[in-house]
Ligand binder design. Structure first.
Ligand SMILES: [Zn+2]
Length: 180
């Protein structure tokens, strides 16, 4: 028996309207796999003039940024230090993300599947840090149901993602809150 996931509708964080889940874009960083802002609000936000300029002049903006950082390396180092002192949490989070990215570039990505004792896939996920992710899963209430774990390694993020979504669609694991 499979649980129905309570993901039919959600409230947009920007316009506060309650809308069907399809009106929210996919966002894997969110708990429910969908963006907090509805598609309509996102499209409006994306069309702010500043972003439009940046999109049209991406190359020039990159070049200007690169030049600025080169010429102001010292200034930027001080800024970073001050910022880190003022926002220790954000700074640690940023460090963690950078480390994770570098680690993934070195070690690749792991797609993992948890099976219960009947051999049913109950969870599928993808991570660049399997040891860390494993710790997060071990404290979940359903973890005692896990009987077997399968790991697949990928060098490329795109391939890992493709494999993960294929497995999600195929098995619809009961403890995955993501949409397939
Ligand atoms: Zn909205």
């Amino acid at each position: 028996m499979r649980e129905q996931l309570p993901l039919e509708a959600k409230r947009c964080s920007t316009c506060t309207a309650r809308k069907p889940i399809e009106d929210f874009g996919i966002d894997r960083s969110q708990k429910d796999g969908r963006s907090g802002r509805c598609k309509a609000c996102r499209s409006i936000a994306e069309k702010t003039s500043k972003q439009r300029y940046r999109m049209r002049h991406a190359e020039q903006v990159r070049e200007a940024n690169r030049k600025w950082f080169q010429e102001n390396r010292h200034k930027y180092a001080i800024y970073r230090k001050n910022h880190a002192m003022r926002h220790p949490e954000a700074s640690l989070e940023r460090q963690r993300k950078t480390r994770a990215k570098h680690k993934a570039q070195r070690d690749g990505y792991t797609v993992y599947q948890f099976f219960d004792s009947d051999g049913e896939v109950i969870y599928v996920g993808m991570t660049c840090d399997w040891l860390q992710r494993q710790k997060q899963h071990r404290i979940k209430p359903w973890f005692p149901e896990v009987a077997t774990i399968a790991l697949d390694k990928y060098e490329e993020l795109a391939k890992a993602r493709a494999s993960e979504s294929q497995l999600l669609r195929q098995h619809r694991p009961r403890y995955c809150l993501r949409l397939y």
